[in-house]
Write a protein that binds this ligand. Sequence first.
Ligand code: G6P
Length: 609
Amino acid sequence: MCGIVGASAQRNVEPILLEGLRRLEYRGYDSAGMALVNGGVLDRTRAVGKVQALADKLEAEPRPGTLGVAHTRWATHGGVSEINAHPHTSADRVAVVHNGIIENFESLKQRLIEAGYAFTSQTDTEVVAHLIESYLDDSADLAEAVRRAVAELHGAYALAVVSRDDPQTLVATRSGSPLVLGVGIGEHFVASDVAALLPVTRNFVYLEEGDLVVITPDTFAITDLHGAPIERPVKESGLSISATEKGGYRHFMLKEIYEQPQALTDTWQGRLSVDDILASSIGTDAEALLSQVEAIHIVACGTSYHAGLVARYWLEAMARIPCNVELASEYRYRNPVVPKNCLFVTLSQSGETADTLAALRYAKDLPQGQGYLATLAVCNKPESSLTRESDLVMMTRAGPEIGVASTKAFTTQLLCLLLLTGMLDRDAQKRGHLAADIRKIHTAVSQVLELDDAIRHLAEEFVDKQHALFLGRGPMYPIAMEGALKLKEISYLHAEAYAAGELKHGPLALVDENMPVIAVAPKNDWLEKVKSNLQEVSARGGKLYVFADADAGLNTGPGMTVLDMPHVDDTLAPIAYTVPLQLLAYHVAVAKGTDVDQPRNLAKSVTVE
Ligand code: G6P
């Protein structure tokens, strides 16, 4: 959701900023821009489209400079155009890049227009540039001008600001949007995400809400918004550059699909003993805390929400704990009732999704006696806002996920939720069985990946289709939903998921020879019911594609193509059956020639409401 990168160094920072933008492109890719300070002049270059369009412009007309800010945009206020692309400037003096939304921009804009400022864009960000410039006139200090400006802002922001009057100083601040400081030798950086800066440093300070940092090549100083100094630790990132590169794969999404056996192993390691699931692995007090849990609320968005829907089946059937799962964007506006001893669980790949974060803050702010027992974040990004603000944290350990369509973050979330179910299950024997099942996940998912070629062939049949239906029952229903979402996101095919038993209550009317129906049918308690539902489709001339257990008794025949899945334990089926649906969406998208890793209109990390 917009990527920010900035640098103050003794060398030309243009290539550093450009590489940073490439690595942040997953956050938005409508347009990109850069402003560099060079010899007392502010040089700005912007381009509509991907970062490569900006790179082409800069190659044709290089703009070296030792101080600069850069941005890749996911449009909120104002359409996609060069004029609305960041950085925004004021009086050719101040340049600002912004991630977030300034909610009171209209009243500020009116005031600034009356003060004589001319606006060139439709963005909320441009007010910030003019506001800072207006304060620079009565204060020579850029940091002070930024402090005074942000005191007037309502909304969410991460900002990085440079001024042509101050050729070594970059000021950055955050409130509601992520920002890290990168510490180099004789150079300092800021960015929305550590991944942007891995080629130049591994040492980071994770800025907190309300922090303001002033960087020069040799120094950095963090203060609060009143100017009081703050100490924050410099931490070394364990991420390697290669973890954020394609490594020979054609797309990040494919690489991330193939990383799942290892990612899933990393997820459970250290969390299982020989015959048990270790609650202590998520915190020293976790065991005592989890033993008090009598209800669970799970809140998340997008793909993460689907993981929550699967978990409800597990938590209720296995641990016998009532569980409610809700979209974060809905949850906090409906005044939910919190049952006694209820655990509030957020699921998020990024840990920065604005809706999920707002839901967590809402849950934490409930009056005493009406609130939750504790909060738990299941998250993929260490040091994210969600992990820092939750009582308990279970990291998914999927490693960096760059493809906008979530894959390994989803399956590792599922595994975390299965582990949580085990931790909450009072029956030691069942916990032992679950621990044994979980150890088989690497083999199960590796076997599913062997279907890749067959799925690639199958995908050809979808290229000229406009719609698709996905069916599943029980915990496989949310997996069908996730399969439909993957297909929508990257191949732009309209896809819907239904609980297979619900088909006859309406969607069956859509079924004809042009409507492919994809079903997931592991060998479980629902199998015979699913088979009957498939019959309902066949009888109406529908074309079925079924991912079924090899022993399910389903065979390819007229109107039905069956792909044999390896046999997996019931508990692991939602994880294993996700993989062929990811591969199907991937191959359909490749065959259609869409932008697999950066599908139109989307962004990976949505840090606005
Ligand atoms: C965006 C992404 C989705 C993701 C959702 C929630 O919409 O495009 O892929 O599922 O945000 O993200 P989170 O980081 O909270 O899991």
